[in-house]
Design a protein around this ligand. Structure first.
Ligand SMILES: Cc1cc2nc3c(=O)[nH]c(=O)nc-3n(C[C@H](O)[C@H](O)[C@H](O)COP(=O)(O)O)c2cc1C
Length: 139
């Protein structure tokens, strides 16, 4: 069974920009081994940074990874926004893509509000449709 999960969280470190390359390096090293694909969106400005991450893969691998991520001290307030079975991947070619929303065009609260609105307004949204809605903010 292929599962897709979307969560939001808040960065904890004062200077998070330094942690991001390490998180992406680690994801791109580990995720292919677990058959995990996805995207990590980072929005806002230090110290108010929000993450939105989509993770997809075999259910038990997604479980394992999410448990690890939840325990990561570099962020807090992890909220699962979407957790469902899917027939196909949205991010098949990304071991973990990244989208950095420039702080000048979007603050953390706006991106979070946008995700919540998209979830409330759509019937059974997939992470892909949410990311598509977020794209204009990142542009
Ligand atoms: C917002 C966020 C997203 C993360 N995403 C991933 C991920 O997709 N894959 C991954 O292996 N680790 C991810 N991590 C890091 C894990 O929490 C953990 O540090 C890492 O899996 C440990 O890997 P290692 O045992 O190879 O050092 C993420 C951490 C944070 C804070």
């Amino acid at each position: 069974m292929l599962r897709q999960l979307l969560y939001s969280s808040r960065a904890k470190a004062e200077s998070f920009a330094a942690d991001l390359p390490e998180i992406l390096r680690c994801s791109r090293r580990n995720n292919p081994e677990l058959g995990i694909t996805g995207v990590l969106i980072l929005a806002g400005d230090d110290p108010d940074i929000v993450f939105i991450q989509a993770i997809e893969g075999e259910a038990e691998h997604v479980d394992l990874l999410v448990d690890t991520i939840k325990g990561d001290p570099r962020h807090t307030d992890v909220r699962i926004l979407l957790d469902h079975e899917v027939e196909a991947r949205c991010f098949a070619s990304w071991s973990m893509g990244d989208i950095v929303v420039p702080p000048a065009t979007a603050d953390a609260a706006r991106v979070e509000a946008e995700v919540r609105k998209a979830l409330a307004n759509s019937q059974g949204p997939t992470a892909c449709s949410l990311i598509t809605r977020l794209a204009p903010i990142a542009a």
